[in-house]
Write a protein that binds this ligand. Structure first.
Ligand SMILES: Nc1ncnc2c1ncn2[C@@H]1O[C@H](COP(=O)(O)OP(=O)(O)O)[C@@H](O)[C@H]1O
Ligand SMILES: [Mg+2]
Length: 221
């Protein structure tokens, strides 16, 4: 699904170049569950943001289903971001004034999904993460783990091909983090959604089906 070939990526601060990724190559087949591991600053978020079209990739280095991400026009990139990629972040990024239900529904409204279909998807997504009974609660009425489950439901309701999760358990205690990981594993199994996650949480790594380690922007061999 993703094929990364000799990817190097730098941030420029004025004239100073900082090499965040150096010569990274990896392959993620459809249906995989892969965890990018490595200490803080090793390039995990940079790699995820290139794969998720948040950062631009250099030419001929990142392929998604055989398409060079670099060469896609903005329209196509937006389509992928909106329809095929679901995102989950450490800090949830829910709208505080919207209920759990409305947070999950929000992007479906923007996508123009018809009312009846939207209702089915939102209810299904909330049910999948065990939040059916809390759907009318606002984020500040929910625990951290419940908020992250809303964020997972929001990603899932898009019916994405891949979920990109950047440190999804880093704000949570280990027991709650374990629950979040179990939902991601279940979604991967039951819905066949490919999952690419970054984490430096030992509990997450211990339960991850496949780990790719980064160190100072390079793959560890
Ligand atoms: N927007 C940015 N501008 C400059 N440097 C950045 C930026 N984002 C990340 N970096 C640097 O790139 C390196 C890799 O960062 P990151 O991909 O966030 O690592 P990780 O997610 O593994 O902690 C770090 O040294 C970080 O300081
Ligand atoms: Mg990071």
């Amino acid at each position: 699904m993703f094929d990364v070939q000799n990817l190097s990526f730098s941030y420029f601060l004025g004239k100073a170049e900082f090499k965040a990724l150096q010569d990274v190559s990896l392959n993620i087949p459809e249906g995989d569950f892969v965890t990018l591991a490595g200490p803080s600053g090793s390039g995990k978020s940079t790699l995820l943001s290139i794969m998720g079209l948040i950062e631009n990739s250099p030419s001929q280095s990142v392929f998604y289903r055989d398409q060079d991400l670099h060469s896609l026009d903005e329209l196509r990139k937006n389509k992928l971001r909106r329809h095929e990629f679901g995102f989950i972040f450490q800090h949830f990024y829910l709208f505080p004034v919207l209920s759990a239900y409305e947070n999950v529904e929000y992007f479906l409204v923007k996508q123009g999904i018809p009312d009846a279909e939207r209702k089915i998807r939102v209810e299904w997504a909330l049910e999948t993460v065990g939040l059916k009974d809390l759907s009318q609660k606002k984020p500040n009425e929910l625990s951290g783990g419940q908020r992250q489950r809303v964020a997972i439901a929001r990603a899932l309701a898009k019916k994405p091909q891949v979920i990109i999760a950047d440190e999804p358990t880093a704000s949570l205690d280990s027991k709650t983090g374990r629950t979040i990981l179990d939902y991601l594993l279940k979604i991967n199994q039951d819905e066949k959604v490919t999952i690419v996650m970054a984490s430096h949480d030992q509990m997450v790594l211990a339960a991850s089906p496949r780990i790719i380690r980064l160190h100072d922007g390079r793959l560890e061999t």
